[in-house]
Ligand binder design. Structure first.
Ligand SMILES: [Zn+2]
Length: 444
């Protein structure tokens, strides 16, 4: 192992631990938009996501490749019966004035913005220009997700991307998403359902984040759980190619089931050293996965089989939570867990029922700066808008001091169901989250 690989390995581990600590401290809320990293499944299925394309530029080094990078990747996937998820941008041609930063650094493709496939070559990539590539992706049965139209950061990211321009405005973030959504819908008859924010920057403005923007679009948040390393610059191209498959080989040899339900992060573009190791690494990855009995499916297909992180086929409350999600309710937390053994709070019930409807109401309240909700919750409380909707529709008694964290007992749940369905079920005093989700799935 080279010293560079070792340093990157150590840096990744430190970052991982840091992320895990933040995760442990952050409260989680029920949410219409769930961050999907991997799902729980007993099947050997896995998904691959390809960021920042499409690209017409030839792979670098070209080797035996004759087509642009995206077309090459699609061909390789199909050789193995695999379906990819292409997390495309619309175009970065508007991201000027700008200049290239140091090669091998995060600013390689631009100091103020990102440029795909490369700075000065914006017209050779992006869905807007690459009509043929988009058609080819879709006709091959692959999926397209939204990596935003212009790939401009939603908010500041001072570590690594301190000199970057960012949107800092939810209306701008949504209109950028709408632009790519409309392009796919109008020109290709295709509806996008998933999105990944540029560089995973979530915070847009005080009280507002990418989760709000995605909720307004009706999207789910597509994250990833396994790094395909296509972005990583190393001392040689050969080392970069090896970095794309070696960790996968190790994972599969240690435990052949370890890739079940994972989402692999890949690049449909150059790494920081302007090379494309994925062009030669993808085939080796696919061979490894195929030999281990895996099927590579789109992220949407993965989620159709199993939508959640902590529940799989056959688990208690799995079917109920899946049915509720399909009917437009919000049975899971933002981290995509359902947690059926825990208790449900009254605030969570409101969000479970009215989460999608409440998204716009919540954003409007924050933008209008009109202060706390009549129920007493702060304007940016995750359940404020849903609690208001529940009160407006007579599901909850109106009070100026609503406590969203109170455990949901039989009485308010009965009243809630009566006003939604007209029926009055006999319920035990206390029920678990899982039992309540099953009841909701049967009743609503
Ligand atoms: Zn990106």
């Amino acid at each position: 192992m080279s010293i560079v690989t070792k340093c990157i390995g150590v840096a990744k581990k430190v970052k991982h631990r840091f992320d895990a600590q933040i995760k442990a401290r952050t409260p989680v809320y029920v949410s219409p938009v769930r961050r999907v990293e991997r799902v729980k499944t007993e099947e050997r299925v896995v998904a691959m996501t390809f960021d920042d394309g499409p690209s017409r530029m030839l792979p670098n080094p070209p080797g035996d490749h004759k087509k642009g990078l995206t077309m090459e990747l699609v061909d390789i996937l199909e050789k193995y019966g695999a379906r990819g998820t292409f997390d495309v941008v619309g175009s970065t041609a508007g991201n000027y004035p700008d200049e290239a930063g140091k090669e091998g650094s995060a600013a390689w493709g631009g100091k103020k913005y990102d440029h795909y496939p490369d700075i000065g070559h914006d017209a050779e990539g992006g869905a807007e220009v690459c009509r043929e590539e988009v058609d080819r992706i879709l006709s091959g049965g692959h999926e397209i997700s939204s990596h935003t139209y212009a790939h401009i950061l939603y908010g500041p990211k001072n570590v690594v991307y301190g000199s970057r321009t960012y949107l800092g405005d939810i209306e701008k973030a949504v209109s950028d998403l709408e632009k790519l959504h409309a392009l796919m819908k109008n020109r290709h008859g295709y509806t996008i359902h998933l999105s990944r924010p540029p560089h995973y920057v979530d915070k847009i403005a005080p009280g507002l984040s990418s989760y709000d923007a995605l909720a307004l679009m009706g999207y789910q948040y597509m994250a990833a759980s396994f790094d395909g390393a296509g972005w990583l610059p190393l001392s040689t191209y050969e080392a970069e190619v090896e970095a794309t498959w070696r960790p996968l080989e190790r994972a599969l040899s240690e435990d052949p089931d370890s890739m079940k339900g994972q989402i692999i992060f890949q690049k449909d573009g150059f790494n920081m050293a302007r090379r494309t190791p994925i062009a030669d690494g993808l085939e080796i990855q696919l061979k490894l996965l195929t030999d281990a009995g895996y099927k590579v499916v789109t992220v949407s297909e993965l989620m159709e089989r199993s939508p959640f992180a902590d529940l799989g086929q056959g688990d208690d409350a799995f079917e109920a939570a899946k049915t509720l999600a399909e009917k437009g309710y919000c049975p899971a937390y933002r981290d995509n867990t359902v947690r059926p053994e825990t208790v449900m709070t009254v605030g969570e019930l409101c969000e479970t029922i009215f989460g999608w409807d409440a998204a716009k109401k919540r954003v409007d309240r924050i933008l209008q700066r009109s202060g706390p909700w009549p129920c007493g919750l702060a304007a940016d409380h995750p359940y404020g808008a849903a609690v208001e909707l529940a009160m407006e529709r007579g599901c909850l008694e109106r009070t100026p001091h609503f406590d969203p964290a109170a455990q949901l007992m039989a009485e308010p749940l009965t009243a809630f169901l009566r006003s939604l369905t007209g029926k009055t079920p006999e319920l035990p005093e206390k029920m678990s989250r899982g039992e309540i989700l099953k009841l909701l799935a049967e009743t609503l």
